[in-house]
Write a protein that binds this ligand. Structure first.
Ligand code: 1YM
Length: 632
């Protein structure tokens, strides 16, 4: 104990912070790597809030070699004046739960974060040490806490300085966060999004572990963001940009039509991605469908006898970005991960703002609007004929060849149960052989993939059909491809990508994910795409043997088993059929990773890196990607 005596309030404060340490999950969601990153967001949000309020245009974040995080802003500096309790404001902010809100400017609203705005004191409670420096009134002032928030010494007035701002450094508590590892790519993603949404603010990100850094500054805000989001496809027309306020909500929308046939929506609330959408997305989509139909009717592009365009048709090839700033008292989130906006007024506010601006924009840009509506018409017709074709197919006139087996590659399941059957996509013929022997052939099918699968990022639907590997895959799944893909027709409940745990394997994973993302997205949406997790090692001695899937696990086993031998599996091919079944394929014992849209989108975005010949970049990407699993 470094402090000699406590007064009453000090004891209360430590009890508050102690509660955080006892149940960290209640405050930061979890103590895995996702929770670890919450500490970063918490401090970063305070820095961002200061810049949103108009103070300071530069924020930097450094991940140091020893897992120390440092965040610096150039705002006014955290207040250091005495609070009524006799303590400095900075001490109260960092030791009293939820003190932050009380200190914030009256009338203003917390603009960053919002999802988990639990305050800087929570970070302090969960840190081995934390140090705050306020550059203010010509001096630098520093205060230090250790062991979950115990103040060490007092607030120190240090050197003179002409700068203003705040610096926070902390080390997450290793007794709470087991195996802490900050992910550069995860932090970079979030910082990049914030930079896009906060035009004119510079963000610097430095990783001292690998000597990498990035700087983000976007003067054009959502216009730059939508261009970035749509850059993989050929744009049709310019982006439509909308910015307005309604019912105390600040609304920014950017829309870009492209020649892709997929739609994409990116929605944010107070700078945080709402990946499950919510009321704001509904408002946007409703307005869009309504206004496009209105224009089409008014201008004779839809006749009296014609049905309205459906939302799906209107959104084909459309990339949508919507970012809201909502006052804290109006925030409502839903869903297990709180990734869905529930605020009812957000729907009407967005619908009304988008309707008004879009009506005006479409009138002002008639040539563009008419060409977009022609595209929508085509989408509607294609969808209609695909529907008819499916209808015929369901009546027994199956046009689709069930010929994948003919090529001799697919070892299909014996039963035809689309609700249970699994398709394993296996890298290489030798692993394919073991998998065929090892599987439960009643419901597991094996398709070995030879060579590198076509890089589909830029490929058209026509080119797909001329690629043997993917062609076979499309036939095996049996549900069509591209706009005509119908997830209900899929022959399998799970499509499992099974590759070696090496660079080539990662490469094949990424290529396949990109393929599914671009051409069978509903399969990912339905949660039917998985990555198999083959073991990396076998550790054994006379009395026991274990298959090991990660380095930490291996370390633990090494410590607990006295004498042992280790077999490293370089590839699936090194396992015999029984081993492969037991470790990777048996539903009772295997571990599967379910692929989410985020994973697949990331794969699609980074395909350029992976296909390029820069081996270092590729290695970096794969290294970064590995720890992503614990987060998404
Ligand atoms: C690297 C982290 O915390 N900057 C920061 C924080 C605050 C202020 C300025 C500030 C706010 C106000 C007045 C006000 C504050 N944060 C909180 C709390 N950077 C970082 N910079 N003067 C300075 O809101 O009136 C209270 S003050 F509680 F939100 F953390």
């Amino acid at each position: 104990m470094s402090q000699k005596h406590y007064d009453g309030s000090a004891i209360q404060i430590l009890e508050g912070l102690q509660a955080v340490r006892k149940r960290p999950g209640m405050y930061i969601g979890s103590t895995d790597n996702r929770g670890l990153h919450h500490l970063v967001w918490e401090i970063l949000d305070n820095a961002i809030d200061e810049s949103i309020n108009g103070y300071g245009k530069e924020i930097s974040l450094t991940i140091e070699k020893d897992n120390v995080i440092e965040i610096i802003d150039t705002g006014r500096g955290v207040p250091i004046d005495k609070h009524t309790s006799g303590k400095s404001a900075v001490e109260v902010i960092y030791t009293v739960l939820h003190a932050g809100g009380k200190f914030s400017e009256s009338g203003g609203y917390k603009t960053a974060g919002g999802l988990h705005g639990v305050g800087a004191s929570v970070v302090n409670a969960l840190s081995e040490w934390l140090e705050v420096t306020s550059y203010k009134d010509g001096y630098e002032y520093t205060i230090r806490f250790e062991n979950g928030g115990s103040k060490i010494g007092r607030l120190k007035k240090g050197d003179k300085t002409s700068k203003t701002g705040t610096k926070v450094r902390f080390l997450a508590d290793r007794s709470i966060f087991e195996n802490p590892h900050y992910s550069y790519s995860y932090i970079k993603q979030r910082i990049m999004e914030s930079a896009f949404l906060l035009a004119g603010i510079t963000f610097k990100l430095v990783d001292k572990r690998n000597d990498v850094s990035d700087t983000f500054l976007y003067q054009d805000g959502i216009e730059s963001f939508i261009k970035y989001l749509a850059e993989d496809h050929t744009s049709i027309g310019k982006p439509i940009l909308i910015k307005d306020d309604h019912s105390k909500i600040h609304i920014e929308v950017a829309l870009q039509y492209t020649d892709d046939y997929n739609e994409a929506v990116y929605s944010y609330v107070n700078l945080v991605r709402t990946k499950d959408g919510g009321t704001h997305e509904v408002g946007l989509k409703t307005a869009l469908t309504k206004i496009i139909n209105e224009f089409a009717r008014k201008n004779g592009l839809l006749k009296d006898k014609d049905k309205n365009f459906e939302g799906n048709d209107v959104r084909e090839g459309l990339t949508m970005l919507i970012a809201l700033s909502i006052p804290e008292n109006l925030l409502e989130f839903e869903g297990q991960t709180k990734g869905k906006l529930g605020t009812p007024i957000a729907r009407t506010a967005v619908e009304s703002v988008v309707s008004e601006h879009l009506t005006y924009y479409l009138e002002e840009n008639r040539d563009f609007t008419i060409s977009v509506i022609k595209k929508i018409q085509k989408a509607a017709q294609a969808r209609e004929s695909a529907r008819k074709a499916r209808e015929l197919a369901r009546q027994g006139k199956r046009g689709r060849k069930q010929d994948a087996e003919l090529s001799g590659k697919l070892a299909n399941a014996q039963t035809k149960n689309a609700k249970r059957n699994e398709l394993f996509l296996v890298e290489g013929d030798s692993a394919g052989g073991s998998a065929k022997q090892g599987r439960d052939s009643r419901f597991q099918a094996i398709l070995p993939l030879r060579g590198k699968v076509l890089n589909v990022e830029k490929a058209s639907v026509e080119r797909l059909y001329s690629n043997t590997e993917l062609n076979t895959l499309i036939h095996c799944i049996g549900a069509g491809v591209g706009p005509e893909f119908e997830v209900e027709d899929a022959n399998y409940d799970k499509v499992i990508i099974m590759t070696d745990a090496d660079t080539d394997g990662a490469h094949i994973q990424i290529l396949l994910l990109t393929f599914f993302y671009r051409f069978m997205r509903p399969l990912i949406d339905a949660g039917k795409v998985y990555l198999a997790q083959p073991p990396l090692y076998k550790i054994y001695n006379k009395s026991q043997e274990h298959y090991v899937y990660g380095e930490t696990e291996l370390q633990e086993l090494r410590e607990s088993m006295k004498k042992y031998e280790i077999q490293r599996f370089k590839g699936l091919g090194e396992m015999n059929a029984d081993q492969l079944w037991e470790t990777t394929m048996n539903p009772e014992t295997r571990v599967l990773l379910q692929v989410s849209i985020e994973d697949a989108h990331l794969a699609s975005k980074t395909i350029g890196i992976l296909m390029g010949d820069n081996a270092d970049l590729r290695k970096d990407w794969i290294n970064e990607h590995v720890d992503f699993d614990g987060i998404e």
